[in-house]
Design a protein around this ligand. Structure first.
Ligand code: SF4
Length: 355
């Protein structure tokens, strides 16, 4: 699967673009100036596997808290700023990246000051075009179209390039799938800067999962995208887990468990939903690529197991474990899950040693 060639930039120690792995970002929702609360949320994101975190800078207190926050953050920090170039100048002294649209911060002197401040520390700027809040001139001319978003991005990119600044990444987020995909596709042909993918205001988990899988997954499979955020009205960890799944199922990330489970039917004689949840919870931390199958009965299990590295098939008060297509044992229902999870962990260790 080809990936578009893009310029490589760095947000802290995380490479974005070029041949770097596609990184996962998320955003805290605490008041940024509440350092303990924001640090606790960043820690949660770090534990869940996020690579980069963004924090909102809404006022002077937030801007002034960034220096302290940067010291305690385990993840590279992006400051999200709208309009107030002074906050961008404060942020540029300590964070790893600034998200601001140069066209929104006023005179050319102000844009130059922000570009110079970021250049001085070698930190990038994310130009974050949002389909719902385009500059008036683009909205009047193009309406809420992908073309309007592309023109806005090109305009903002040029503002920075005119001051010799090219340490840039770009996002083009709309709240609907089609517009988001068309905007990214259209701009991909015109610039080599890395793209931050996202659907904005994507909604609750189920809505965001569908929208993000379609838009971000679709773009990733076309080779577009260098870093991503799945926005969810929900828990922080859900954003990271969803992004990881999209990366995995779009073929952009090989590592980790691929968990297969049957939809269940009238032949089922065990609580498969509970079993799958337990398996997922206990093995989702494993980074080794493994295909793990959890099936409700033996009807399909043996066929499926041929494609899985390890599988479990439930029966009436018992079940079997199948490894590389061979049945390795039959066990009582009360003990089989624990044995299965241990087998998966052992298999992961063996594969790690062989790698
Ligand atoms: Fe039904 Fe068995 Fe297939 Fe699951 S594996 S859907 S229980 S036939």
């Amino acid at each position: 699967m080809q990936r578009y060639k893009t310029k490589q930039i760095f947000v802290g120690n995380v490479a974005i673009g070029g041949d770097a792995p596609i990184s996962i970002q998320s955003m805290t929702f605490s008041k940024t100036c509440d350092i303990p609360a924001t640090k606790a949320q960043i820690d949660r994101l770090s534990l869940a596997g996020a690579d980069i975190v963004r924090v909102a800078v809404s006022d002077e207190n937030d801007a002034n808290a960034l220096k302290e926050l940067k010291k305690v953050s385990p993840l590279p920090l992006v400051a999200d700023i709208h309009f107030r170039y002074r906050f961008a100048l404060i942020a540029a002294e300590s964070v790893d990246c600034i998200r601001i649209n140069p066209g929104n911060i006023g005179s050319k002197d102000k844009i130059k000051a922000v570009a110079d401040a970021c250049n001085a520390r070698g930190i990038p700027i994310r130009i974050g075009v949002n389909g719902g809040s385009l500059e008036k001139r683009f909205e009047r001319k193009y309406g809420a179209t992908p073309q309007g978003m592309i023109e806005s991005a090109l305009y903002n990119i040029k503002l920075l390039e005119d001051f010799g600044f090219d340490n840039i990444k770009v996002s083009l987020k709309a709240s609907d799938v089609v517009r988001t995909m068309q905007a990214y596709r259209g701009l991909r042909e015109k610039v080599e800067y890395p793209f931050h993918l996202g659907v904005t205001e994507a909604g609750l988990l189920m809505h965001s999962a569908v929208k993000s899988a379609m838009a971000l997954g679709g773009l990733l499979m076309e080779g577009i995208g260098d870093t991503m955020r799945c926005s969810i009205t929900g828990e922080l960890e859900e954003e990271v887990n969803l992004a990881r799944m999209i990366l995995k199922y779009s073929g952009r990330q090989k590592q980790g468990i691929t968990l297969i489970s049957c939809p269940t039917c009238g032949r089922i004689e065990a609580d498969l939903v509970k079993a799958v949840r337990e398996v997922e919870q206990k093995i989702s931390h494993i980074k080794t690529p493994l295909q793990v199958s959890v099936m409700g009965c033996v009807v399909n299990a043996l066929g499926e197991a041929k494609h899985a590295d390890i599988a479990i098939a439930f029966g009436n008060k018992e079940g079997m474990i199948i490894k590389a297509g061979e049945v390795i044992g039959k066990y009582k229902e009360s003990e089989i899950l624990d044995i299965f999870i241990k087998e998966v962990q052992e298999l992961a260790k063996e594969r790690e040693k062989m790698a």
